[in-house]
Design a protein around this ligand. Structure first.
Ligand code: GLU
Length: 286
C-alpha cells in the first residue's frame, strides 16, 4: 500500500550499549520495526550512551551487528547521545531559567540516611523517593555550596513544575488508552548527574523531540518513566508522542530478560547456530 502521509510515523529503538543485546531487545526492536513498515513510516536507531563509564564502543558495534542479523535496516547517521551533550545542556538551561530545577549536593549515603530517619517516606517504582533535602536550601546556601566546589546534581522541583504547568497532564497510550500522568510517583528526579551533564529522562525527551519521534514503542518497564517524560515535554514546549508500552518477554523462569541476569545474548544464539527466522518464530509464539 502506498501512503499519502509520508513521514508522519516515526519510531525508534534506543538501546544503551552497556552489554550485548538479548531476546527482550530483539522483541522490542522487531515490534518497532514491523510497525514502522506497516505504517510506511521511518525507523530510527539511537544509541543512548550518556554513561561514558558503562557504555562501550564494542557494545555499539554489537548492536549494529545484532540488528543487521535480525534483518533490520535503519537510517544513518545514527544519533549517539554522547555527541549531543550541548542539546541536553540547552534543555537544562531552559528549565533553570524557569526555576523548576535545583542543585542537589546530597550523597547517596546522605539520602539513604535521611530516608531511614523517615520510614514512612513516599516510595515509587524505583524505591524511596528523594526526600527533598536540597529543595529547601536558600539561594545563598546554594551559591555557597556551589562555590565551595562540592559536586552537585540537578533535580526537578516537581511541585514547582506542576504549579508552573497548572493542569493535569495526560498521554495517549496505544494499549492503555488515555493515561493521566502521576509524576508524584517519581518525585524530584535527577535531570543532570554529578558526573554526567544530563540523565536518561532529560536526554530521551530531548532526543525524541529533536528526531521528530511520533510513536514511542518500548517495554512496559519504562511505563512509569512516561509519567515524568510528559512533564518535561510540557515544560520544554515539546510535543508528547503517542506511546506503546509492550509487555515484557519472560524467560523460562518467569523472569524478564535483562543484562544483569546474564540473559543469553543474540550473539550467543547466533554462535550456537540459531537463525534470525528461528528467533522470530520463537518471539512470535511467546
Ligand atoms: N535506553 C533505554 C534502555 O536501553 C531505552 C530508552 C527508551 O526506549 O525510552 O533501556
Amino acid at each position: 500500500m502506498t501512503t499519502d502521509r509520508p513521514d508522519t510515523f516515526v519510531t525508534r529503538f534506543a538501546p544503551s550499549p552497556t552489554g550485548r543485546l538479548h531476546k527482550g531487545h530483539a522483541y522490542s526492536a522487531l515490534l518497532a520495526y514491523a510497525r514502522a513498515r506497516e505504517e510506511n513510516g521511518r525507523f530510527l536507531l539511537r544509541i543512548e550512551d550518556i554513561d561514558t563509564v558503562r557504555c562501550r564502543e564494542d557494545y555499539i558495534e554489537g548492536i549494529y551487528e545484532d540488528l543487521a542479523w535480525l534483518g533490520l535496516t535503519w537510517e544513518t547517521p545514527v544519533r549517539r547521545q554522547s555527541e549531543h551533550f550541548a542539546d541536553y545542556e540547552a534543555a537544562l538551561d531552559r528549565l533553570k531559567a524557569m526555576g523548576v530545577i535545583y542543585p542537589c549536593f546530597c550523597t547517596r549515603k546522605e539520602i539513604a540516611a535521611e530516608i531511614a530517619r523517615a520510614p514512612s517516606a513516599p516510595h515509587g517504582p524505583d524505591g524511596a523517593l528523594y526526600p527533598g533535602t536540597c529543595r529547601h536550601r536558600s539561594a545563598d546556601e546554594r551559591e555557597a555550596l556551589m562555590a565551595s566546589g562540592k559536586a552537585y546534581a540537578w533535580r526537578l522541583d516537581l511541585a514547582a513544575a506542576l504549579t508552573h504547568i497548572g493542569e493535569p497532564l495526560t498521554w495517549k497510550d496505544e494499549l492503555k488508552g488515555t493515561v493521566t500522568a502521576e509524576p508524584e510517583t517519581l518525585g524530584d528526579i535527577v535531570l543532570a548527574r554529578k558526573d554526567t551533564p544530563t540523565s536518561y529522562h532529560l536526554s530521551v525527551v530531548t532526543d525524541d523531540a529533536l528526531q521528530g519521534i511520533s510513536h514511542i514503542i518500548r517495554g512496559e518497564d519504562l511505563f512509569h518513566a512516561t509519567h515524568i517524560h510528559v512533564v518535561l515535554q510540557r515544560l520544554l514546549g515539546l510535543k508528547t508522542p503517542i506511546y506503546h508500552h509492550h509487555g515484557l518477554l519472560l524467560d523460562e523462569h518467569g523472569q524478564r530478560f535483562a543484562k544483569r541476569n546474564l540473559s543469553v545474548t543474540l550473539a550467543d544464539m547466533r554462535m550456537h547456530g540459531m537463525t534470525p527466522e528461528d528467533l522470530k518464530a520463537q518471539l512470535l509464539s511467546a
